[in-house]
Ligand binder design. Structure first.
Ligand SMILES: Nc1ncnc2c1ncn2[C@@H]1O[C@H](COP(=O)(O)OP(=O)(O)O)[C@@H](O)[C@H]1O
Ligand SMILES: N[C@@H](CCOP(=O)(O)O)C(=O)O
Length: 293
């Protein structure tokens, strides 16, 4: 028997749609695996009533199949589903790391990113790796078709999760199929600024690098109160604000001391919009951790 904790993640970071991601210090999923003749799944924790236990509908089922590693898999959800905090990915990441160990498959962590991404295809229709990469490797990640780059960045964050549900599958429907050259140039400028900031642990550069005008404005319309929450976070000291993943969570980059004020301002702004929310005062964190029994 083996237990793995894999963290929530925030994908896109504005300018890195389907490419950038960061692991969050909290929250996290905890997955426990035990060898079995065939795969069975049980789920407890936050939002577990909305998560299928049929291996064909759960991200961890696809992971067990890809690794040819049948097991009883228990998922204790800390990351609410349909949150924009990589909930489905956290389970897939934890299962990939756990089953690789349990069956001694010898896959590297980079290889496991692609295994776990197969789980994401089950729920969103796309094997996007921008959540599973940070959940497995930790830090800031750049997921490309030809591999993953990882930076052990240290930046303070607030992730504010409103009590509304946005499914990644639905939020992918509003992504435009094309962008203008001006938009491309602006996005490249932001993405380069953000990567530079991650290498320097610089919240000013990372915050500026979140700016993006193609996908984010369309997704923002799916989150009641987004514009006011963003303005409130910036007024309280956030260096940049964007939609976390496909939403509805909103991510704010903070200087060290500002997290409490930023979290409180975001919660008040959601409240003014009639939306209950909770805020995680967190930071870029570690990847999946293995606990042996
Ligand atoms: N292990 C899992 N954890 C969370 N959600 C899962 C899991 N397996 C399947 N799902 C389904 O995935 C959907 C949530 O995933 P997604 O929309 O990508 O949200 P998130 O942004 O939080 O990852 C829900 O429909 C949920 O039932
Ligand atoms: N790149 C994906 C990321 C989805 O993240 P999630 O946390 O909302 O699952 C997208 O933007 O669709």
């Amino acid at each position: 028997m083996l237990t793995v904790r894999a963290p929530a993640s925030s994908a896109n970071l504005g300018s890195g749609f389907d490419v950038f991601g960061v692991a969050l210090g909290v929250p996290a999923d905890v997955v426990r695996v035990e060898r079995a003749e065939e795969t069975t799944i049980s789920v407890t924790g936050v939002g577990s009533q909305y998560i299928p236990e049929d291996p064909k509908g759960n991200t961890v089922g696809a992971v067990a199949e890809a690794l040819d590693a049948p097991a009883h898999i228990h998922i204790d959800k800390g990351v609410r589903p349909a949150s924009g905090l990589g909930s489905s990915a956290a389970s897939a990441a934890a299962a990939a790391v756990a089953l690789n160990e349990l069956y001694d498959r010898g896959r590297s962590r980079e290889e496991l990113v692609h295994v776990a991404a197969k789980g994401e295809a089950v729920v969103s229709g796309d094997a996007h790796a921008d959540n599973v990469a940070p959940s497995i490797l930790g830090g800031f990640t750049i997921a490309r078709d030809d591999g993953v780059l990882q930076v052990d960045a240290s930046v303070k964050l607030v992730a504010c999760l409103p009590e509304v549900v946005v499914s990644t599958r639905d939020a992918r429907q509003v992504v435009p199929q094309s962008a203008s050259m001006d938009e491309l140039v602006a996005t490249v400028g932001s993405a380069a600024t953000l990567v530079s900031g991650m290498h320097r642990d610089d919240p000013e550069l990372v915050g500026r690098g979140l700016e993006e005008h193609v996908v984010t404005p369309r997704r923002a319309k799916l989150v009641d109160g987004y514009d006011d929450v963003k303005a409130a976070a910036e007024a309280a000291g956030a260096t940049g604000v964007t939609i976390s993943g496909a939403g509805p969570s909103v991510l704010a980059v903070c200087r060290g001391d500002d997290r409490r004020a930023v979290a409180s301002a975001m919660l008040s702004a959601f409240d003014d919009a009639g939306v209950s929310a909770r805020a995680y005062q967190t930071e870029i964190g570690e990847g999946a951790t293995v606990y042996r029994d």
